[in-house]
Design a protein around this ligand. Sequence first.
Ligand code: HEM
Length: 510
Amino acid sequence: MDSELLNVLALIMSSLLFIVLVLKITRNLIKTEPSPNLPRGPWKLPIIGNIHNLITSSPHRKLRDLAKIYGPLMHLQLGEIFMIIVSSAEYAKEIMKTNDLIFASRPHILASDILLYESTDLVYAPYGNYWRHLRKICTMELLTQNRVKSFQPIREEEFTSLVKIIDSHKGSPFNLSEAILSLIFDIISRSAFGMKSKSQEQFLSVLKGVPVGVGFNIADLFPSAKWLQLVTGLRSKFEKVHRQMDQTLEDIINEHKKQKSTEDLVDVLLKLQDENGSNKDICLTINSIKAILLDIFLGGGDTSSSTIIWAMAEMIREPKTMKKAQVEVREAFDMKGRVDESCIDELKYLKSVVKETLRLHPPLPLVGRDCGQTCEIKGYHIPVKHKVIVNAWAIGRDPSYWTEPERFYPERFIDNPIDYKGTNFEYIPFGAGRRMCPGSTLGLINVEMPLAFLLYHFDWKLPNGMKEEDLDMSEEYGLSVSKKDDLYLIPVTARPILNREASLQGKKGA
Ligand code: HEM
């Protein structure tokens, strides 16, 4: 939770003590109407409700602890906002499948209004014709299997140059977190915007300043108190970042209008804008294009890079797992002398490593929806406009579905039909239902391939004689939940990178 929030809370709390006492006395004197059967929740303080229950930097953990007491469907009040917290696969299915249409919009937040062009992007657009139109563009044009495949040369080039950089640091501690973050953002920006340019570098540096804690900040919890947006400085922070990002996107789009190069996502969107000129109902404006590009950039970058780092951190703590993954990758690619995407489906164990990483560390642990219409879920009353948060992280660690849930054990996914499609509600790292992530194909290839490269070319050791169990696995909330401390590892080159000609000759000889 934000530090501004803590300051404001301290003020509110002290002035509330008196009110609480008065209310406690009057509560017993006034007879209330029988309330509908709302899910249970912790006792609520006046005005702040349950904010004090959530003072922690890891809301998904705190919410799981509360759900252990109050149940898998829990009612909370955070300031002016009423929330239903879902912490079991059964209730997640009720929200994301049985009643998916009722919960098809997302909660309204200040950040998306300012940063994402009044929520005209795909992630935050309210459910309706406009959202359907954007979703179609994403699933049929921008993020299709073929489109993702078309970016293969970009990925291979970037992975190869990463291996060269790591090789030049062999034998000494290397900041893998930093290198992977910039690798993934380079790949996404080259795929979305074309070749790297001056404005892209600027875009990346601007994004590093995006304020964290989106969704649980004080301005979102007291939306009617607009002054809070000013006092906390949140509005001006968001507006500053927005102005910088907007200028960068404007430059990128203008460059694309002038120059014709290999087709990237900006070109596809501009083409669709021309074709849609006659469709007055759904107009793809330049701002919608910018908003979609931000979804791809923000949605696709941090999620993949944090998953890669969690996977490497978990494997370094479990040397047998890392060895097993390395043996598999090396057996698959030793004949070719290099890693390529054509064999990725053969890497069953590596895929299980990624699945297990996403079970323990879903980059977006809390999936937000809005209740569009009063309804009943298994006998509980869910009022319209309540926010619904599905705790995908807690569900992925629920002992009712997972044996030894806290253990990193990729073997659990071998010969196990559970997949990412959002039909197994005990495993929903990409969400489920109509708002499910449309970028899973791109996201997964951007995780699996770099891991294959890292495991094929290098052995890895912890620096300074650190023991496996001493590696700090603390989390940090940002655009996604990532490992708090950068992961430093010592690379030992096991398979030096061959130049393309040499590897092709090796192939011919074989
Ligand atoms: C490891 C990688 C990723 C993970 C774990 C992930 C996870 C998620 C989750 C949990 C949601 C919410 C789903 C729901 O409400 O049911 C989501 C939505 C979304 N994701 Fe991803 N994502 C990843 C990569 C990507 C990539 C690469 C892109 C695009 C390039 C992307 C674009 C989006 C968009 C646009 C939405 C909003 C969809 C809508 O509301 O209709 N994601 N993602």
